[in-house]
Structure formats: C-alpha cells, structure tokens
Design a binder for this molecule. Structure first.
Ligand code: TEU
Length: 589
C-alpha cells in the first residue's frame, strides 16, 4: 500500500534552496532586512489552544474561556506571549467552530463576550496577547448572511456566496471535490441553485469578489482589534479567490472528481484582496497576522511575508505534508528521509530570512498528527523524542508555535473503533478508504496515522480523573497515559519534556541569536542528525539533533572550542549524539 509517488511539496523543497539564493541577491527587500525592527511577536512564543479541549470550568465536558483564564499561569511559565485560540464564535460546531454563524459573539458552549473581554485583559496583565482565528473563506450555513443569500436571487446578499446553476442533467456545475470528500457543490432547494463549499456542505464559501463581502469581513476584524486582541490567524486563506473558469478539472480520483485545492488554491489576484485587508485592518496597529497558506510555495513567500507582504507570517505545509502521498487517501503514505525533511525547513528558513520575512516554526497544529508519532521512528522514546523535537521548534528562526499538549510529549491516539473518532474529516477519510476497496483494518491504520482527533484530545493537567480537564464527561476521551503525562507530574520531574521546554524557552530569551540570527544547515546528507547554526553579530549557536534511536557520530570541527550550553544527555560527548539527543553549543562567530 505504500506509494512512492513524489510529493510535490517535497519536490519543490529540493529546488527551493537555489531559488532562495537568487532571491537573496536580487530581491530589493534584502537590503532592508538589517533595519527591520524587532516586533513583540517576533520575540515571543505562540501557543495554540484548541478551546474545546483545553480546560472545562463548568463540568459540561467541553473546554471554555473561563477554563483558559484559570490556566494562564501555565502559559506564562512557558514564556508564551501570544495565544492562538481556535474559533470560539457562535457556531453549530459541524467542524468544531470552523463554521461560524455569528462573528460578533461567543458560542455559549465556550462562554460569553464578557468572558472573552476578561480573558483579553487578564492575559494582557501577564504580557500575553490573545490571537483569534478568523474563518473567512466560508461561514456556517446557519450564518444569517447565508440564510439571506439562499432565500432568492434578488436579495441584498444574493451574491455573497458562490452560486451556480445546475450543470447538464441537473448535476453539480463541475467535478470539483471538497477537501473533506464528496462534491464541492450542494444543491439548495430554496434558491434552486448549487453553492460552492471548499470544505463541508455546512461551510459555504464566501464570494470575496464582491466588495461588500470584503467590507463585512474587515468590519469583523476591526471589531476584534477594538476589543484588544493581539493578532489573527487567517484560516484556509489560500482558497478565498476563485478562478474565472469554473469548468471541470482533470480527474485525480476513480470517481472522476478533482480535488478543489488544485483548482482554486492561490489563484492570481489573491494578494490584492489580502493587501486591501491588511491596509484596512492592520496598518497603524501592533497586531500580527499569520495566514494558513496551504498552496503557497517558498519562492512566493516574499510577496506573502516579506517587508511589504500581506501577512507577518504564513504557515506553509511542506514539512508536515512530507508523508502525504494522496491528500484524500490516508492509506497511502509516502516514505521520506531526514535530508528531505531538512530541505523543507531550510527552504522556508532561508527564503524568509533572505527576504526580510518572518516564519512561524511549527510541527503540530489541530489538523496534524502529533509530532513524535509523525516525525520520529515508531516506538521512539517519548521523553527523549519530545525533547529532540522541542529543540528544533525553539531554536529555528521565527516565532515558535506550540500546540497544546506538545509541551507534554503527547502522541497519536490509536482507538480501535471509528465511532470513537469525532472529527468529520476523519470519518470521511475512513469511508473514502472503504469505498476505494481498502479493508477496515487498512482504513483504521490510515486513521491512526493522520486523524485530526489525535491533536484534539483533552489537555492533561494532573493525575485526577479525566486528567483535571473536566469534572463531567469529556467530549473526546482523555488519552490513557494521563497519569504520567500531565502538567503537575511533569513540572515535578526535572527530566520531563515540559521542563525541557521551560529550559529552552529561558535559553531563547537570553540568546538573541536563537531568535533573529541567520540560519545555516550543516551535514545535509546525514540521515540521522539535523544540525544547523544560528548566528548574529559575534554570537553563534550550533544545534545538533539526533532524529534516530541509534547513536550518531559527526565531525566535531563545527564545535571546536565551543561551549556546551545545553544537552538532553548528561553524558554529552563532542562528536557523538546519544539516541534522540539534542545539544546546543555556543561557538565564537
Ligand atoms: O484547515 C484548512 C486546510 O486546508 C487543512 O484541512 C489542510 O488541508 C490540512 O491542514 C493539510 O494538512 C482549516 C482549519 O485548520 C481546519 O481545522 C478546518 O477544518 C478547515 O480550515 C475548514 O475551516
């Protein structure tokens, strides 16, 4: 079942390093780089909270804003200065809040507007800013905007969504397949037309071509800036501009459909919309923006995040997609090597650096597998492995983004029954595999690898029932390992993953070169070690991480005369790394 098909993201990475160098030489932004002032969000650590799973304050089994408020000190300890909250606006929760029915209010399951205002204020007192997740490619079908739009063809919002007449024989207008599976079109009886949805039928796409829609979205963002938020993550932003041509695409699946990503991601002209949004919302404020930019390649990064870019940072996906052979078919994975993974990071590190842009360093988010399960060999020691990966996230150039639980060493869940998985996309992918003829066992293997639920199990606070997440029944089972992997126990254990995060966070605060220093990869072809330097003025750090369960050796000329700052191995020896050891040396630049 393993596919050898070359992943386009990875292929791209291999050629990017060369393009980067050219950009560095010719891009006018390069000259401006040295003068770029350091912003608050460049110096801090960001932390993603999956609101539903972080902390429940009222016993209903669902995390909420008051729960977050009660745990701000954990984040303060970690050195977090920005909290990205997954959407907590009013929503029917078909996609856990990524289907917004009202952008101007908080979903009662998560609290009230007052709770949000309190959270923003209390966080500020701890020098932490709240970052909201703006889902602007689509709304919920229960949003009033959509309700009005579907009510006929001549209401004020009739053109706020993407409506098309049926194609031949009353079928969908074209063969595009949504990202969660099934046609990207749903017929609406009331209006007598099909509407487009990149994701679920309950998530109709907004029509950004309509200036009134863009204005309405700017108003939403302004409303939250006024409330004092520190920034925004812009969800699925590469899909907002649709092409002129809505004809069929070349099928990429047995059922004659083509994934919508290939048809609509990063359509020409998208930067005009985003530039307009930036000028209207962000200019004159100190907020930051980070776009979820699946479909933007490294050579395009300067336009997106360079000094005149439309965002401050964008999440690009080459490294997390390294094992994806077919987005829709989770039973096909692609085998990969460490040099390929390094190439992905190096390409985005160098491109953003050489064009004066900034990068959000991440290995996990709420859509991705847990990083220990994703990037380390099966059976890897969780504590050593978790520390190795933490070292990467906290020593690359950019703002580290930590997913809740990552700091405790969480791994993927492998439940036996598909019914235990709540995420609709997980269930759809499972069904797709069965439809393609895979056995239930094979389909479950794909789920164990890719299910988004793995990143969404409740946060583990202590050894009490349900890991201190809730006094009720958690909406998703707490992972069975909670008596060992929880905040209380790990705080008390100097050798825990959590304490390693705290140590790295302090080190980062003390070493400017780890934040803004230039990045240079070492030992590219080494299959075990990921190594690089970070250099600024007369300071140079050398970072060496063993990604394998075997001891690894390297040429120690790169650390000659250098001083060991930190290692996960008490018996660290120059020239050798223990299994999963991570070491940071300080060398003279
Ligand atoms: O995700 C958009 C998206 O494109 C991802 O599902 C992407 O395909 C995947 O991460 C690639 O590995 C965003 C949200 O993060 C996700 O939770 C939502 O379900 C989705 O948008 C719809 O709003």
């Amino acid at each position: 079942m393993r596919s050898k098909r070359k992943n386009p993201f990875v292929r791209l990475c291999s050629v990017m390093a060369g393009i980067v160098l050219l950009c560095a030489v010719y891009h006018p932004a390069f000259a401006a780089q040295a003068e770029k002032p350091s912003k608050w969000w460049q110096k801090t650590i960001a932390y993603e909270i999956y609101v539903k799973s972080f902390k429940d304050s009222d016993g209903d089994g669902t995390g909420d804003l008051r729960g977050i408020l009660s745990e701000l000190d954990h984040l303060k300890n970690l050195g977090v200065g920005a909290i990205w909250l997954t959407p907590c606006f009013v929503s029917p929760q078909k996609d856990n809040g990524y289907d917004v029915a009202n952008y101007y209010d908080i979903d009662p399951a998560y609290g009230s507007m007052e709770d949000m205002e309190n959270l923003i204020e209390e966080a500020k007192k701890r020098k932490i800013r709240i970052v909201l997740d703006l889902v602007f490619n689509h709304t919920s079908n229960e949003n009033e905007w959509f309700q009005e739009s579907r009510s006929g063809r001549d209401n004020e919002k009739s053109d706020w969504y993407i409506w098309k007449d049926p194609g031949k024989d009353g079928n969908a207008p074209n063969n595009w397949r949504s990202i969660f599976g099934g046609s990207a079109w749903t017929y609406d009886e009331e209006r007598g037309q099909y509407y487009l949805h990149t994701f679920l039928p309950e998530q109709p796409d907004l029509n950004w071509a309509n200036p009134e829609v863009r204005r309405a979205l700017i108003d939403v963002a302004d409303f939250w800036v006024e409330k004092g938020v520190g920034g925004f993550r812009l969800d699925a932003i590469t899909y907002i501009r649709k092409p002129e041509d809505f004809s069929d695409g070349k099928p990429d699946a047995g059922d004659g459909t083509v994934g919508i990503h290939a048809m609509t991601a990063n359509t020409d002209g998208i930067l005009d919309y985003l530039g307009e949004f930036k000028a209207a919302v962000q200019d004159g404020t100190d907020i930051f923006t980070v776009g979820e930019a699946n479909g933007v390649s490294a050579d395009e990064l300067p336009e997106w995040v360079g000094p005149d870019g439309v965002f401050d940072m964008v999440f690009e996906f080459s490294h997390v997609s390294i094992d994806v052979a077919d987005e829709m078919n989770w039973c096909k994975t692609r085998s990969w090597t460490l040099p390929e993974l390094k190439a992905c990071f190096t390409a985005s590190q160098k491109t953003t650096e050489s064009t004066g842009g900034w990068y959000p360093v991440f290995l996990e988010n709420h859509d991705q597998p847990r990083s220990i399960s994703h990037f380390l060999p099966e059976g890897a020691d969780r504590v050593a492995g978790g520390k190795a990966l933490a070292t990467l996230v906290l020593t690359m150039r950019g703002t580290p983004f930590i997913m809740e639980g990552e700091e405790l060493g969480f791994v993927n869940v492998s439940w036996d029954d598909i019914e235990d998985y709540q995420d609709i996309s997980t269930r759809n992918h499972y069904q797709f595999a069965l439809d393609e003829g895979y056995s239930e066992e094979e389909a479950m293997e794909g789920v164990h690898h890719f299910a988004r639920d793995s990143a969404r199990t409740p946060m583990q606070w202590d050894q009490s029932e349900n890991a201190g997440f809730t006094e009720g029944t958690p909406w998703l089972p707490v992972y069975e390992d909670y008596s060992v992997y929880n905040v209380d126990s790990e705080m008390a254990d100097p050798k825990s993953v959590l304490n390693w995060y705290l140590t790295l966070s302090r080190l980062r605060g003390e070493h400017e070169e780890l934040v803004t220093g230039s990045y240079e990869e070492l030992f590219h072809d080494d299959e075990q070690i990921f190594a690089y330097t970070r250099e600024k003025d007369d300071k140079k750090a050398v970072i060496l991480i063993n990604f394998s369960a075997q001891e690894a050796s390297y040429d120690d000329a790169c650390i000659e005369g250098a001083r060991l700052l930190l290692s996960t191995n008490e018996n660290n020896v120059k020239g050798r790394l223990a299994p999963f050891e991570a070491a940071i040396y300080q060398a003279a630049a």
